[in-house]
Design a protein around this ligand. Structure first.
Ligand code: NAI
Length: 326
C-alpha cells in the first residue's frame, strides 16, 4: 500500500476547485493506485461552503481519497503538502486598476509563499492558477526562500490546450497527435501561441495549414481572447477547462510528460533572454517532478516581436510588485 500524497487546494470553495477536487480525489491526477489526502483552503466566510464540498466528496466514496480537511489557515493547509494548487485569488473588482489587482494579489501570495516556505514538503510542487497567475507564482516563489524556485510554476496549460484544439480543427487532425506546440509568456491575452515547430505524425503543422494570415489574424487573437469568449457565452469564467488544464500540467510535471513537449510557466534561468526568475511560459519536458526546458529554438522576426510583447508585460508586472517584496 502506497503512502498518501498530500494535496492542498486553495480557493477550494470556488468554481474551478469544484471541477478540480473531485478529479484529484478520483485518481485522475496520480492514478487509481495512489491514495491522496486533500486539504482545502478558503476564506473564513467560505468554511460553510467548504463543508458542503467535503460532504459531496464523501458521497463520491472515492477509494483513492484517504482523508481530507478544510481550513482558513494557509500554514495548516500547506503542512507537509507534496502538491499545492493555488487557485484562490482576488478577482478584479469594479473600478479596480491593474495595479490594485496586482497589489491585492501580492498580499495573498506573499502570505501563502511564506506559509509554503514554513510548512510544505521540501519537494512540494506548487501550481499557481489564480490570476495574474505568472506574477502571483513569482511572488509566492520569492516569498519562499528556503524552497527551490523549481518548486513553483504558473498555469499556461489552458492556453496550450485551447491552441491545440484550434489547430486540430484547422488542420483536420486528431488533437492527441499534436507534438511540439509552444505557448510563450504570460497567461494573459499577450501570450504567444506558436506552432512553428509543431508536428502531427511527423508532418509539420505549419506546412499542413500553410496560412500565415490565419495564424496572425485568427489563431493568435482567438486563443488570446478565448477566456473572454467563454465568459460571454457561459456567463461565468472557464472552470472545468481550467481545472482540466491544472490536472494536465501537474500530472505531466509530477508523473511525467514522457518526452512530449508541454508548455509550463516556470522561473526563468535566463534562456531566451528572459530575466532570471520571471515566470515565463516555455516548452518543457518533465519527468517525476523535474522539468527540462527545450532551449535553443529559433526566433524569426514575427516571433521576436510577439515574444517581446508578452515579456514586457511580465517585466512591468514584476516591477509593479517589487516594492511589496522588499
Ligand atoms: P471563484 O471566485 O469561483 O473562486 C475563488 C475562490 O478563492 C473563492 O472561493 C474565494 O473565497 C477564494 N479565495 C479568495 N482569496 C483567497 C485567499 N486569500 N485564500 C484562500 N482562498 C481565497 O474563482 P474561479 O473561477 O474558481 O477562479 C479562480 C482563479 O483562477 C481566478 O483568479 C481566475 O482568474 C483564475 N483563472 C486562471 C486561469 C489560468 O489559465 N491560469 C484560467 C481560469 C481562471
Amino acid at each position: 500500500e502506497k503512502s498518501p500524497v498530500r494535496i492542498a487546494v486553495t480557493g477550494a470553495a470556488g468554481q474551478i476547485a469544484y471541477a478540480l477536487v473531485f478529479r484529484i480525489a478520483s485518481g485522475a491526477l496520480l492514478g487509481p493506485d495512489q491514495p491522496v489526502v486533500l486539504t482545502l483552503l478558503d476564506l473564513p466566510q467560505m468554511q460553510g461552503a467548504l463543508k458542503g464540498v467535503m460532504m459531496e466528496l464523501e458521497d463520491c466514496a472515492f477509494p483513492t481519497l484517504a482523508g481530507m480537511a478544510a481550513t482558513d489557515d494557509p500554514k495548516v493547509a500547506f503542512r507537509d503538502a507534496d502538491i499545492a494548487f493555488l487557485v484562490g485569488a482576488r478577482p478584479r473588482g469594479k473600478g479596480m486598476e491593474r495595479k490594485d489587482l496586482l497589489g491585492a494579489n501580492a498580499e495573498i501570495f506573499t502570505v501563502q509563499g511564506r506559509a509554503l516556505n514554513e510548512a510544505a514538503s521540501r519537494d512540494v510542487r506548487v501550481l499557481v492558477v489564480g490570476n495574474p497567475a505568472n506574477t502571483n507564482a513569482y511572488i509566492a516563489m520569492k516569498s519562499a526562500p528556503d524552497l527551490s524556485p523549481a518548486c513553483f510554476s504558473a498555469m499556461i496549460r489552458l492556453d496550450h490546450n485551447r491552441a491545440a484544439s484550434m489547430l486540430a480543427g484547422k488542420a483536420g487532425i486528431d488533437v492527441g497527435t499534436i507534438e511540439k506546440l509552444v505557448v510563450w509568456g504570460n497567461h494573459s491575452p499577450t501570450m504567444y501561441p506558436d506552432y512553428r515547430f509543431a508536428e502531427s505524425g511527423g508532418r509539420k503543422l505549419a506546412a499542413m495549414i500553410d496560412d500565415e494570415a490565419w495564424n496572425r489574424e485568427v489563431f493568435i487573437p482567438t486563443v488570446g481572447k478565448r477566456g473572454a469568449a467563454v465568459i460571454e457565452a457561459r456567463g461565468a469564467s472557464s472552470a472545468a477547462s481550467a481545472a482540466n488544464a491544472a490536472i494536465d500540467q501537474m500530472r505531466d510535471w509530477v508523473v511525467g510528460s514522457h518526452g512530449k513537449w508541454v508548455s509550463m510557466a516556470i522561473a526563468s534561468d535566463g534562456s531566451y533572454g528572459v530575466p532570471e526568475d520571471i515566470m515565463f511560459g516555455v516548452p518543457v519536458t518533465a519527468e517525476r517532478g523535474v522539468v527540462t526546458r527545450i532551449s535553443g529554438l529559433a526566433m524569426d522576426e514575427f516571433a521576436t516581436e510577439r515574444f517581446a510583447i508578452t515579456l514586457n508585460e511580465l517585466k512591468e508586472e514584476r516591477d509593479a510588485v517589487a516594492h511589496l517584496l522588499a
